[in-house]
Design a protein. Structure first.
Length: 119
C-alpha cells in the first residue's frame, strides 16, 4: 500500500512538473508572437505617421505596477487553480443533495445561458 501511494504521489508530481514546463514554453512562444506583432505595428505606424493602437501601445512598454505592458503572458501558480477547483467541487458535492439534482441542473443551465447573454 505504501509503494502504491508513493508511486501515485511521484506520478502526480511528475504530471505537475510537465504541466508547468509546457505552460512556460507556451507562454514564452505567445510572448514572442506578441513582440513580433507589436514590432510590425510600430513600424507600420511610424511609416504611415499614424497613431499606434492602444493595445500595441500597452505591449510596447514594460509592465509596471500602475500600467500593463510586456510581457503580456506570465506564468501563474497552478496550486491556486487546484485549490479553487477543489473548493468548488466540495461546495457542489455538499450543495447538490440539499436542493436536488433537477434544481442543480436547471441552475447550471440558467447560469450558462445568462453568462453567454451577458457577454
Amino acid at each position: 500500500m505504501i509503494l502504491g501511494s508513493r508511486l501515485h504521489t511521484n506520478a502526480c508530481i511528475l504530471l505537475l512538473v510537465l504541466i508547468w514546463t509546457c505552460s512556460a514554453e507556451k507562454i514564452d512562444k505567445l510572448n514572442e508572437i506578441v513582440a513580433r506583432k507589436t514590432k510590425q505595428a510600430v513600424e507600420a505606424a511610424n511609416g504611415d505617421k499614424s497613431k499606434l493602437a492602444p493595445e500595441y501601445e500597452a505591449s510596447d512598454r514594460k509592465m509596471s505596477v500602475m500600467y500593463s505592458g510586456f510581457p503580456i503572458y506570465q506564468t501563474r501558480s497552478h496550486a491556486l487553480v487546484w485549490v479553487y477547483t477543489c473548493v468548488a467541487t466540495l461546495m457542489l458535492a455538499k450543495g447538490i443533495p440539499q436542493v436536488g439534482v433537477p434544481m442543480s441542473v436547471l441552475c447550471g443551465a440558467v447560469m450558462f445561458l445568462a453568462y453567454d447573454l451577458y457577454r
